[in-house]
Design a protein around this ligand. Structure first.
Ligand code: UDP
Length: 325
């Protein structure tokens, strides 16, 4: 089995590459290293079944060759991270929509099965948790750039479902809920790597808003295992799946937990959203997935609990510090 992973040098992509190599598959990755890093796949480069093209997915001739050579496509390449999205909305919209357009057009040309990675941002600021795949979406105005991410990913979903409906292309969509784990960087806004690094450096832990907003964090290995299962499940074709964890925590509490687990002397500071992102920034108060569909179709159940996730992330950043990275 030959697979193509777009965004294969990214945080999730690199874990997926590792899993598929362990399953004996031939793994081709394409990554423009905009948010991905060579360091993420350094340990895979000795494996003769691992291949990496440092190139954008918007390069259609490179993508054409890769798609024609592979049996299936995992499409993960995207602009991600709320901070990046708020700072670079043009890039976010273009990359997410045009990139997925290229992937789906080529998948359709060579009749390849394709898994599209989407996001819980799709549900927007709805508070009707837990979110089911067919729930309504609640979004803010177009003047607030955060919502461009949700809309760009929704267009990706519409397009993938349309290719399935109209052209019978084998498309599958997974909506990820706050995926975390080693190799995730805090550079683009993600809260866990950020707070852990602050704690290890005894710097103030920056909790945005009132810290009462709730998130459910999913360990990256649970996510990539689900991606591989979805890909090999014919019943998943033409369907959308939430992939996440249902164990919620308020961000203020998360900061306390990280402080305790690292033994840090850091203080916890509340930073208004206007300062953290931009004026008028809107956040989600609560985000919890309903996982019954993924459970029914692929037997999905997240295995790694929050305390264990935090221990592994702390260990990862401690090691990075020791290695001087
Ligand atoms: N957040 C925070 N401090 C940070 C970074 C993020 O309090 O340094 C908050 C953010 O506003 C959000 C939550 O933590 O309410 C999760 O943020 P993240 O960017 O990880 O994912 P999101 O849920 O926004 O997609």
């Amino acid at each position: 089995m030959k697979v193509l992973i777009t965004g294969g040098a990214g945080f999730i992509g690199s874990h997926l590459a590792e899993l598929l190599l362990n399953k004996g598959q031939e793994v081709y990755c394409i990554d423009d290293l905009s948010t991905g890093r060579l360091q993420n796949v350094h340990h895979l480069r000795q494996n003769p079944r691992f291949h990496l093209a440092v190139e954008t997915i918007l390069n259609e001739s490179v993508m054409d060759r890769l798609v024609s050579d592979c049996d299936v496509i995992y499409h993960l390449a995207a602009a991600v991270g709320v901070e990046l999205i708020v700072k670079s909305p043009v890039e976010t919209i273009q990359r997410n929509i045009l990139g997925t357009d290229v992937v789906l057009r080529l998948a359709n040309r060579y009749l390849r099965r394709v898994l599209i990675t989407s996001t819980s941002e799709i549900y927007g600021k709805s508070e009707a948790t837990p979110f089911r795949e067919d729930d309504d979406r609640v979004l803010g105005p177009t003047t607030k750039s955060r919502w461009s991410y949700s809309c760009s990913k929704a267009i990706d979903e519409f397009l993938a479902l349309a290719y399935h409906k109209e052209k019978n292309l084998q498309t599958i969509i997974m909506r990820l809920f706050n995926t975390v784990g080693p190799r995730q960087t805090g550079r683009y806004g993600m809260v866990i790597p950020r707070l852990v690094q602050q704690a290890l450096k005894n710097q103030p832990l920056t909790v945005y808003g009132d810290g009462k907003q709730v998130r459910c964090f999913t360990y990256v290995q649970d996510v990539v295992a689900a991606a591989a299962r979805l890909m090999e499940t014919p019943k998943a074709i033409g369907q959308v799946f939430n992939i996440g964890n249902t164990e919620g925590i308020a961000i203020g509490e998360l900061a306390e937990k990280i402080k305790a687990l690292t033994g840090s002397k850091s203080e916890i500071v509340l930073i208004p959203y206007d300062k953290a992102y931009e004026e008028g920034f809107e956040d989600m108060r609560i985000r919890v997935p309903d996982l019954s569909k993924a459970n029914r179709v692929i037997g999905y159940e997240p295995k790694v609990k929050l305390d264990e996730i935090l221990k592994r992330v702390i260990e990862y950043f401690r090691q990075q510090e020791e290695e001087g990275r």
